[in-house]
Design a protein around this ligand. Structure first.
Ligand SMILES: Cc1cc2nc3c(=O)[nH]c(=O)nc-3n(C[C@H](O)[C@H](O)[C@H](O)COP(=O)(O)OP(=O)(O)OC[C@H]3O[C@@H](n4cnc5c(N)ncnc54)[C@H](O)[C@@H]3O)c2cc1C
Length: 485
């Protein structure tokens, strides 16, 4: 199972058990199986072991043990990633942070908190609500995903449009390098001397080391919130209305589109919220800010959506209805489990003005491949999520899913877009990096990676395609070619 020789593997397991205790080190085949992949099920790989540290010093010791034995390792949060980032390549040791799940400090006046990396995203906002604060990045997976995973992926969410992605809300962290050394980078003020290594590590997909403690910015809860639901005959006119709203100069907190097939799946599921089943698409709009400013913004939304063919605009009557709308939106991926056994969630970004034409092309690609497509996405950011429901046990269907994915990314890049908005490159898109980067760009990024991890043991096989780019500085290090997928 392991790429390590059997004797080294046994020695490593002994050391890991000594660090995290027997119940904190999983190594039997049945215990490892749940860790064979993340939310991207088309790639899988069994780890040598999964360790569950419950104290940050144990992370550094586990990483140091891996170094001594030449073993690769990969950090894991909740495993909700959608690009294979936390999947173990080369039987890497998985270092899972879920037991490090506490809010350590809250400083309401200075508006920051210090948290452990395994803290679940939604629990942070819940913990600071009594202070009139919240943590702004809200991935749709926020009921499960962790702050450590969010930092690694620079996660966004429906409210990215107004509040930005994770990188705008991380002030600093403690970090273990692939050598097992602990560093403290950045800090509560958000200003740091020297190079901005916090900025470089956020979004590096766990390839530079492991975040063991995070200092996050907290944001005041808005005085008032309004949630509107505009009903459209089709998804293209909903896209056009997004362009019109942005052009009006109004900064909405969220602009999310949900298409007919998604509405059907949601309304047949436990997330049902009374969404109109006869709609071709809906645009979910959230406005927040001072109470006196919102009525005129509501009018702007009404005018912009009606001008593009909305048949009506409903307003959430109270918090309960608002929560229902958001539960429906955020539960949409779960609801798609009703359509087929597997779901491939694509992620790409295009300039917002291109949304209508790209949506048409994406639908045509899915039709040409005979695939079942649904769309639910962060329209305000131009961040598409074409979702393909399929059955991976059918190799022919899987082939079409992968080919369609490549075509979708290609049309997005041709339109001036990028290949991921928030899910990362991981295993999934490393072969597509050359759609957006030239060899010099990749070499520059790989130089940074090598300076942290010259032996290529930290989440190997992720982000970059081949040895060609990342291994020249240390030809003895483990290569990226022939990575078992
Ligand atoms: C239903 C659903 C909806 C989603 N919606 C969104 C969305 O709206 N926006 C969005 O951005 N994403 C979304 N995602 C994707 C996913 O939830 C995010 O990428 C999330 O940040 C992953 O967090 P995790 O704790 O599950 O990390 P994992 O999947 O466990 O790991 C993700 C990456 O982070 C690395 N990592 C984990 N912990 C650490 C650490 N402590 N230090 C260093 N690296 C670490 C791993 O090595 C891996 O590369 C969604 C996923 C699902 C299933």
């Amino acid at each position: 199972m392991s790429d390590l020789d059997p004797r080294t593997r046994l020695q490593l397991l002994d050391e890991l058990r000594e660090i995290v205790g027997k119940d904190g080190c999983l190594s039997s085949a049945e215990d490892l199986l749940p860790y064979e992949c993340d939310g991207l099920t088309v790639h899988s790989g069994l780890p040598t072991a999964v360790v569950l540290p419950d104290e940050k010093g144990q992370i550094a010791r586990c990483v140091a043990a891996c170094k001594r034995h030449g073993a690769p390792f990969v950090a894991r949060g909740a495993g909700t990633g959608l690009s294979g980032g936390a999947t173990a390549v080369e039987s890497a040791v998985v270092i899972e942070c879920s037991r490090l799940n506490r809010v350590l400090e809250v400083h309401p006046e200075d508006r920051y908190a210090v948290v452990q990396p395994g803290l679940i995203n939604a629990e942070l906002s819940e913990a600071v609500k009594p202070y009139g604060l919240f943590y702004a990045p809200d991935p749709s997976s926020q009921a499960a995903c962790t702050i450590g995973g969010n930092v690694a992926e620079n996660s966004g969410g429906p409210h990215t449009l107004k509040y930005g992605t994770t990188t705008n809300h991380v002030l600093g962290f403690e970090f273990v390098t692939p050598d097992g050394e602990s560093l403290r980078l950045g800090g509560p003020t958000g200003f740091a001397e020297g190079y901005d290594l916090v900025g470089a590590i956020v979004g590096s997909e766990g390839t530079l080391g492991i975040v063991t403690e995070v200092t996050v910015r907290l944001t005041p809860l808005p005085e008032a919130v309004e949630t509107l639901l505009a009903v459209f005959p089709d998804v293209v006119s909903a896209c056009r209305s997004v362009g019109r709203i942005i052009q009006s100069g109004l900064v909405a907190a969220a602009l999310e589109i949900v298409d007919r097939r998604t509405i059907d799946a949601v309304e047949s599921s436990v997330y049902a919220a009374g969404l109109p089943r006869d709609a071709g698409a809906i645009l979910l709009v959230e406005l927040d800010g001072p109470a006196h400013a919102l009525p005129s913004q509501i009018e702007t939304i009404r005018e912009a959506t009606m001008a593009e063919g909305a048949t009506r605009v409903d307003r959430a009557r109270d918090d309960a209805e608002r929560d229902r709308f958001w539960r429906a939106r955020k539960g949409a991926f779960g609801a798609m489990g009703r359509l087929a056994p597997d779901l491939y969630v694509h992620d790409a970004v295009v300039p917002r003005t291109k949304l209508p034409e790209i949506l048409e092309k994406v639908c045509a690609i899915a039709d040409n491949h005979g695939l079942k497509l649904s769309n639910v996405f962060h329209a305000g950011d131009g961040n598409l999520h074409p979702n393909i429901s399929f059955d991976r046990r059918d190799p022919e269907e899987l082939r079409h899913v992968l080919e369609a994915g490549h075509e979708i990314l290609s049309v997005c890049v041709e339109a001036g877009g990028v290949i991921t908005g928030e899910h990362g490159v991981g295993l999934e898109k490393r072969e597509f990096l050359d759609l957006v980067f030239g060899p010099d760009d990749m070499e520059a990024m790989c130089r940074l990676r090598r300076s942290f991890d010259p032996d290529n043991r930290c989440n190997p096989g992720k982000v970059f395609p081949t040895t060609r780019f990342c291994m020249e500085a240390n030809p003895k290090a483990r290569g990226y070619d022939n990575v078992p997928l």
